[in-house]
Design a protein around this ligand. Structure first.
Ligand SMILES: C[S@@+](CC[C@H](N)C(=O)[O-])C[C@H]1O[C@@H](n2cnc3c(N)ncnc32)[C@H](O)[C@@H]1O
Length: 324
């Protein structure tokens, strides 16, 4: 009892002012250092942010499937040309007054597949691992989360997030740090932890699962979304080279294999809540990606859409929810 009380008090103390706690400060320092890298695009991205930062801020709300930011008196041309300097926009979609940003991914489709299965996010502390530009982190914050921390190592997506956040009048309780999960000092601070589209990019999937577990408060929920293949327990696909033109895809397990990994990593109450093939409505060509608008349609075998262009099974994604 005393121990429980102590842990609870400790946890409440740390989280009450989340971003002032020492662990958060350490993460932030690492994130700041990570952003000091050389990247030839930084002047262009900074130019976009400078333009966006001086624009009037607006309200944020959902106009499904868009996250809609409405603000008075924004020049459509100016905003659109600034946002286009931050291409490729993989995650979204967004609407800024009458500028419609059709990202490559129609993120609302994934959100609809999971939202009715997870514990309500209201009042919860949420970690979104591999958050991209923060589209899903924003959706989490809009559900009333107490605090959402997104982590995303890819620099451009951090710039996109800054652009989005600076257009919002009352910033939601959300931040995005430029970090990889494995670089974070581990602390069991989060009630809901999301890892979506990240596991198959890890060289060491077990260590990713263990790292996720270490960020979870007691009785927290993990929402894991990842690519899977058909097969028995023990089966996994290790692509030789690219998978659907993606680099760094290390391992695609069968659902039973994935469940066995989760059990090995000490998760329980494992529920598979959705399995579906990715469609060209969800991952689509868009001028917001860049000059090369290639998307899923171009990554599948032109004669047999059940296969990728490399001859592997076409992308199928599963959502698994479990507890630590
Ligand atoms: C396929 S995207 C998924 C984005 C978003 N979560 C979604 O579901 O659409 C994977 C993202 O995870 C990031 N990522 C990859 N490995 C990571 C790691 N170890 N820690 C944090 N983020 C990582 C990548 O930079 C990339 O932006």
């Amino acid at each position: 009892m005393t121990l429980l009380l102590t842990i609870d008090t400790w946890r409440r103390d740390i989280i009450s002012d989340f971003i002032n706690n020492q662990t958060y400060q350490e993460w932030q320092e690492k994130s700041n250092n990570a952003q000091l890298i050389n990247n030839g695009n930084i002047p262009k991205w900074n130019q976009a942010l400078e333009l966006i930062n001086i624009l009037p801020k607006g309200d944020i709300k959902l106009d499904s499937p868009y996250i809609k930011i409405t603000s008075p008196a924004i020049s459509k041309n100016l905003l659109e040309s600034a946002l286009r300097k931050l291409k490729p926009w993989r995650k979204g979609p967004f609407m800024f007054n009458d500028v419609i940003l059709e990202s490559e991914w129609q993120g609302d489709m994934k959100w609809q597949r999971l939202i009715n299965h997870i514990l309500p996010l209201k009042g919860r502390r949420v970690l979104d691992v591999g958050a991209g530009n923060g589209y899903f982190s924003l959706r989490m914050a809009m559900e009333g989360a107490e605090f959402v921390l997104g982590i995303e190592p890819f620099l451009l997506f951090n710039y996109q997030f800054r652009a989005l956040k600076s257009l919002i009048e009352l910033p939601l309780n959300i931040s995005l740090l430029s970090l990889r999960l494995e670089e974070m000092t581990k602390a069991p601070l989060f009630d809901s932890v999301f890892s979506m589209g990240v596991l198959y990019h890890q060289r060491d999937h077990m260590s990713h699962l263990s790292d996720l577990g270490q960020m979870m408060a007691p009785k927290a929920e993990l929402i894991l979304e990842t690519l899977v293949v058909e097969g028995e327990r023990g089966y996994m696909l290790v692509p030789d080279g690219r998978y659907a033109r993606m680099r760094n895809v290390y391992c695609l397990p069968s659902i039973e294999t994935l469940k066995s990994w989760l059990i090995e990593a000490n998760f329980h109450n494992i529920r598979v809540v959705n399995v579906c093939k990715t469609t060209i409505q969800e991952q689509r060509r868009s001028s917001w990606i860049g000059e090369n608008t290639a998307s899923l349609e171009d990554f599948l075998d032109p004669l047999d859409s059940s296969l990728t262009i490399e001859g592997y099974p076409a992308p199928t994604r599963a959502i698994i929810i479990c507890q630590n």
